[in-house]
Write a protein that binds this ligand. Structure first.
Ligand code: F0G
Length: 458
């Protein structure tokens, strides 16, 4: 018999999770106003809300926590982080921040001003939020293939060079300080960007005098896909691939809660000393002194160890194969999911799942609600709620794809949990025709409404 694939880790510490029944879940969901961000986590059986800050640290990461240096200035933990970032990404300077959006806030305080245009590949919501908050605009230049959920393309996170060139040609260069490439591209389905695309976008961006920023939350997963899918990279190590990816960038923002496998943390990596110096002023104001900026020494230590582990092929292979394991089960049942499967999550195509529910009734959020009722699974909407309103017209922005993301935390759940998730999704799929109406909004915030929105069933 052929030996099956098995996780390349064993479990040393466990955390109890509780099952609930459908009546309880109905009550809790009503109390949460049909917004799963408002649920108490103890009311959730399997939490797929995010893979951010929810990973399990390794024994080596925990041991690093014990030797953190909590000195205000010049801590050994800071020096370790500086050396790690230099070794992995090739950047000489960095600023620690408490998480990814804080890195955006600090960096954009230097780079983005009113009226600017920031092209990229489907900017993440906090990134877009920080751009729009500064009265600048984010222009999505992702390749069209990314919006066809069943089309198989190895690098659906890629930037369309002709779209990008058009943005450069139609605007004066001083309005475009940078281009942002998100690796992997979370918003369009955890899809990777190819090395060739990074190289070409970098060349074009520099030709027009702008900087290339890599939004790096899932950089290691992106490198894994390059190794697996791009010609010429099969024999290269993940660390070599990462080094090349960053040779094309000028600056990086990192949410360490993903591919550094820590619960909290972030940083900005810089190639240019001048930009680092300008950003340092804002880091001190918003985050903390430049050698800790919002992070404890112990957390910086665990982060460095996490970066080394996340750039090991075996770790990535275990992780991404678990996501594929779940995807294969859903595909075998006919559930419409985004293909090929992304790195950190499965994205269900909610418009195909519920073709009868009108777009005004928040199709993807309706599926989020049903998954919770069915099995206590907490997923997240990547659809009209997340897309928010147009800042000018205040009309709903209806994205091409209405997605439900099942984000898989790193090293947390076993394949039995994947089996359970698959069964719950398939049960909702079986009764999908009976669900004809969606939800309506009762209350919402002016920006990033999805976190706090209150809804009611139609
Ligand atoms: N960039 C990307 C691509 C992200 O996915 C996130 C966070 C951020 C930046 C912001 O980082 O949360 O540390 O402030 N994504 C989380 C998610 C929240 O669930 O995908 P942060």
């Amino acid at each position: 018999m052929e030996l099956p694939f098995a996780e390349l880790y064993k479990i040393k510490m466990v955390e109890t999770i509780k099952q609930s029944n459908c009546e309880q879940r109905k009550k809790w969901l009503r109390e949460a106003h049909y917004n799963v961000f408002n649920l108490r986590s103890e009311y959730v059986f399997i939490d797929l809300l995010t893979d951010s800050g929810t990973g399990a640290m390794s024994d080596k990461q925990w041991s690093q926590m014990m030797v953190g240096d909590e000195s205000y200035a010049g801590a050994t933990s800071y020096i370790k982080m500086k050396e790690t970032i230099k070794e992995l990404f090739g950047f000489n300077d960095f600023l620690p921040t408490h998480q990814g959006r804080a890195a955006e806030n600090v960096l954009f305080s230097v780079l983005v001003k009113e009226g600017d245009i920031i092209p990229g590949n489907s900017h993440f919501d906090t990134t877009k939020g920080h751009i729009e908050f500064r009265k600048a605009s984010a222009v999505d230049c992702t390749i069209n293939q990314a919006f066809d959920s069943t089309l198989i393309h190895p690098f659906k996170g890629n930037v369309d060079l002709s779209k990008l060139k058009k943005v450069f040609d139609e605007n004066s260069p001083e309005k475009i300080p940078m281009v942002i490439i998100t690796v992997t591209n979370n918003t369009s389905g955890g899809q990777p960007v190819s090395m060739q695309n990074l190289r070409e976008v970098s060349a074009l961006t520099h030709q027009y005098g702008a900087k290339l920023l890599l939004d790096s939350a899932r950089f290691a997963e992106n490198a894994y896909f390059i190794k697996k899918r791009e010609e010429g990279y099969a024999e290269k190590s993940i660390k070599e691939i990462v080094k090349e990816m960053y040779s094309y960038a000028d600056v990086m923002t990192m949410s360490s809660k993903k591919d550094a496998i820590v619960n909290m943390g972030g940083f900005i990596g810089f190639k240019e000393r001048e930009l680092y110096e300008k950003a340092s002023v804002y880091n001190i104001m918003f985050e903390g002194f430049v050698t800790y900026g919002g992070m404890s020494g112990r957390d910086m230590n665990a982060l460095c160890q996490g970066l080394y582990e996340a750039t090991e092929f075996d770790y990535l292979d275990t992780r991404i194969r678990q996501v594929e394991y779940l995807a294969d089960k859903l595909l075998a049942y006919g559930v419409p999911i985004l293909q090929p499967t992304g790195g950190h999550a499965i994205f269900i195509d909610a418009k195909k799942f519920f073709p009868k529910i009108p777009k005004e009734e928040y199709i993807a959020q309706t599926l989020v609600v049903e998954l919770y009722l069915e099995g206590g699974i907490r997923a997240v909407e990547v659809g009209t709620l997340l897309a928010d309103r147009d800042p000018e017209t205040r009309e709903n922005r209806y994205p091409t794809l209405e997605l439900v993301r099942l984000a898989i935390p790193r090293r947390v759940y076993t394949n039995s949990h994947m089996d359970y998730i698959a069964a719950a999704v398939c049960n909702v799929f079986d009764r999908r025709k009976k669900i004809k109406r969606g939800l309506m909004i009762l209350k919402e915030a002016p920006i990033m409404r999805h976190f706090t929105v209150e809804l009611e069933r139609m």
